[in-house]
Design a protein around this ligand. Structure first.
Ligand code: ZN
Length: 503
């Protein structure tokens, strides 16, 4: 065995153990968020911290770091699996070593505190008590960005952790033209004087029936319940405990169908991605996804591009009528289709429709950059927030709870994360169009309740690659083009101009 091959073997041995530790930690975390009794919280926190500490110790072991350095020097060919493996190992090692231990500990402690103060402040509908905690958080995140390193803006260092290779400037170049068009589309919709009635979604729906129907759709899409399961939770998520066990969760509302239905389709999209990673990457640094943006492109594709399309419901509407006897017997397909696509500017991001959703994200993207860049003081944040909501969405939050305090992200130190939601939306259409160009029968398949050709294309061009490619590289290989909001914007305009009877 040549020297580099032997070194690679040793790297992979260590990576496999680290993967086991990380995945075991995911099992504990899944349980914590589903069935764990409340009294176990402290012990569970200890167990998870121990697994993390052991994994961190392995990642910061000087022998491993030397091994990664040697493998980089060995110069595996660009684009090879070996080179990608070494690149991902380097990313993991850098993330574990670049930020000083004292800062990691300070952040950990502050997250615990800031999160609980945030929850109280939100309950009191007042930003003031949270302001000093957020100030300290912004300061710590700026230190973290400095430790990680960046060229133009501290935002870049933090954003790169979720979207490798992307920067604030890159995001801005996509968001700014998109924003203008979206603001205009929202105005057009409002000026149309037409509102879509969603009363049919607000009947009483048996929870078991909701669960069965959502899971039926998920399995029809291709979700493999031999290697996954659906459970109830408060804040829905998909979680991978290896590519052989990818679980989804959802939340049921007895008097509103959308939450569980589209929430499940969304998490199914995430899960299909993780289940589709090449078996050969199991327990290696490539058994991961390319980025959060690519991840979100998969959830949005199944939730919205497929799940909120008229074509899909042409096939699935009779299933829905059977699943909820009586509820939809006298409801026309078009009424249902309009109800699930109602557009209404509102305060709350997670309840937003397809058209306004991205404007919520853009508000946060701008404010985060300004906070991290030092152009905006934390105490001026609520005012800046409300001003942007008025400008982008034409609404002004009546209090901070439904305004600047609505998301948990900043209280737990997630900065640089929000843009990945909109990047995902943008890429979902690029990928869908490429899939249809390669397999023109996909729209007809969807109308007829068959999804294997679409899933097959995604498996081949996205899922199986795991984290072998950087996100923009993966996108270019799959679609032949760079990040481009054009297809997404055309999709929104065509769909919503028809729904609202516009030009
Ligand atoms: Zn998602």
């Amino acid at each position: 065995m040549s020297e580099p091959d032997d070194q690679l073997r040793r790297l992979l041995e260590r990576a496999a153990v680290i993967a086991d530790l990380t995945q075991a930690r995911s099992v504990l975390s899944w349980d914590e968020n589903t069935y764990m009794p409340a009294g176990a919280a402290e012990a569970r926190g200890q167990q998870m911290a121990t697994l993390e500490t052991v994994a961190h110790r392995m990642l910061t072991d000087p022998e491993l770091i030397a091994l990664v350095g040697d493998l980089e020097a060995a110069g595996f060919p660009d684009g090879s699996v070996e080179a990608a493996t070494v690149r991902q190992a380097r990313r993991a090692v850098d993330q574990a070593t670049k930020v000083p231990v004292e800062l990691v500990e300070a952040l950990g402690k502050h997250v615990a505190r800031a999160r609980s103060v945030w929850a109280q402040a939100r309950q009191q509908q007042s930003f003031a008590p949270f302001a000093p905690e957020l100030e300290r958080m912004v300061d710590l995140k700026r230190q973290e960005a400095a430790a990680l390193g960046y060229q133009d803006h501290p935002f870049d260092a933090l954003h790169d952790q979720f979207e490798p290779g992307s920067t604030a400037a890159r995001v801005r170049s996509v968001f700014e033209p998109l924003r203008e068009e979206l603001v205009a589309l929202v105005r057009e919709i409002q000026d149309s004087g037409r509102t879509l009635d969603d009363a049919v979604l607000r009947q009483t729906f048996d929870e078991d029936a909701q669960r069965r129907f959502a899971l039926d759709l998920a399995t029809a899409f291709g979700y493999d319940t031999e290697h996954g399961r659906l459970d109830p939770t408060v804040h829905p998520f998909a979680m991978s405990m290896s590519k052989y066990d990818v679980r989804i969760t959802t939340r049921y509302q007895r008097h509103y169908l959308n939450t569980a239905l589209f929430g499940t389709l969304h998490e199914t999209g995430h899960a299909l991605y993780e289940q589709g990673i090449d078996d050969a990457y199991y327990r290696t640094p490539l058994e991961a996804t390319a980025s959060l943006g690519i991840h979100e492109s998969q959830s949005r594709l199944w939730e919205n591009v497929v799940g909120r399309s008229r074509g899909f419901w042409e096939g699935a509407y009779p299933w829905l009528q059977r699943a909820f006897p009586g509820a939809f017997d006298k409801v026309r397909l078009d009424t249902f289709y309009a109800a699930i696509n109602r557009v209404e500017p509102s305060f709350i991001r997670v309840e937003a429709d397809e058209v306004t959703y991205n404007l919520h994200v853009m508000v946060r993207f701008e404010l985060e950059q300004a906070l991290l860049g030092g152009e905006l003081e934390v105490r001026d944040l609520p005012e800046a927030w409300n001003a942007r909501y008025a400008e982008f969405l034409g609404v002004t939050p009546p209090n901070d709870a439904v305004g600047v305090l609505q998301d948990v992200h900043w209280s737990i130190g997630l900065f640089g994360y929000f843009p990945t939601y909109t990047l995902g939306n943008v890429m979902s259409l690029q990928l869908y169009e490429a899939a249809v160009a390669a397999e023109p029968s996909i729209p007809r398949d969807i109308r007829e309740g068959r999804f294997s050709r679409l899933l097959g294309w995604l498996r081949e061009n996205v899922h199986r690659h795991g984290s072998r490619y950087l996100p923009e590289e993966l996108l270019r290989n799959a679609t032949g083009s760079d990040l481009d909001a054009g297809p997404y914007l055309r999709y929104l305009k065509d769909k919503y101009q028809a729904l609202y009877g516009l030009a």
